[in-house]
Ligand binder design. Structure first.
Ligand SMILES: [Ca+2]
Ligand SMILES: [Ca+2]
Length: 213
């Protein structure tokens, strides 16, 4: 009897633990990409011309980093969200869009964002997941590269980083983007704690009952 109760409690705990596991659906640190101005993107992201860009074929972000405009040394490559098109495109100076479109659901979006680091005015980056505005961050030039993380629900769509214009060819700096599903939810945590409690109860009963087992 004891072993059955223990197995059931253990199974409940395992199921609850699986419920809180996050699945990574997007990850990019840009370190294996080729640095260039007007960078077109990689397997994960595309750097799009901003709406109103007078030259629609020119990508709107730069890929910089070690040895090439290394504004935040030690981070390999990263993205300058307002690239070198120089066309003053509006309303966005830069658009970095995931190649994948994600289904409806709740996701956690994490990334590092720093200021332009070259003395330009504060720049604003909007983060969108489909039609959901996940975050809008306005950073001073001297803002350090900082980790941000947001949980948001969407009806589905692409992950997009929009740098507000007009373009001055200096944007916030983006690195280490990742996105996960399976956000830890209070109900899941409650289930896991319940599972742990059942195991504890089973162990206590087994100690109190000298004939058990
Ligand atoms: Ca990097
Ligand atoms: Ca800018």
């Amino acid at each position: 009897m004891k072993s059955i109760a223990f197995a059931a409690a253990a199974a409940a705990a395992v199921l609850a633990a699986q419920a809180v596991q996050a699945n990574t659906v997007l990850s990019d640190n840009f370190n294996s990409d080729t640095q260039m101005l007007n960078w077109a993107g990689d397997a994960t992201f595309s750097s799009l011309p901003g709406p109103g860009n007078q030259s629609p074929n020119i990508a709107s972000t730069d890929l910089i980093g070690t040895g090439f405009y290394d504004l935040f040394p030690g981070n390999g490559n990263y993205v300058d969200l307002d690239g070198s098109t120089g066309y003053g495109n509006m309303p966005y100076a830069g658009v970095l869009q995931s190649n994948a479109s994600f289904g409806a659901g709740t996701y956690t979006v994490s990334f590092d964002l720093g200021g332009n680091a070259r003395g330009a005015a504060a720049q604003t980056t909007q983060v969108w997941l489909g039609s959901t505005l996940v975050a809008s961050l306005t950073l001073d030039s001297s803002a350090p590269l900082t980790a941000y993380s947001y949980t948001a629900s969407t009806t589905g769509g692409n992950l997009v980083f929009d740098e507000l214009g007009p373009s001055d060819q200096q944007g916030n700096i983006l690195d280490n983007v990742s996105m996960t599903t399976g956000v830890p939810e209070p109900a899941a945590w409650t289930m896991m704690l319940l599972g742990v409690g059942l195991i504890g109860g089973a162990l206590r009963r087994s100690r109190l009952d000298p004939v058990a087992g």
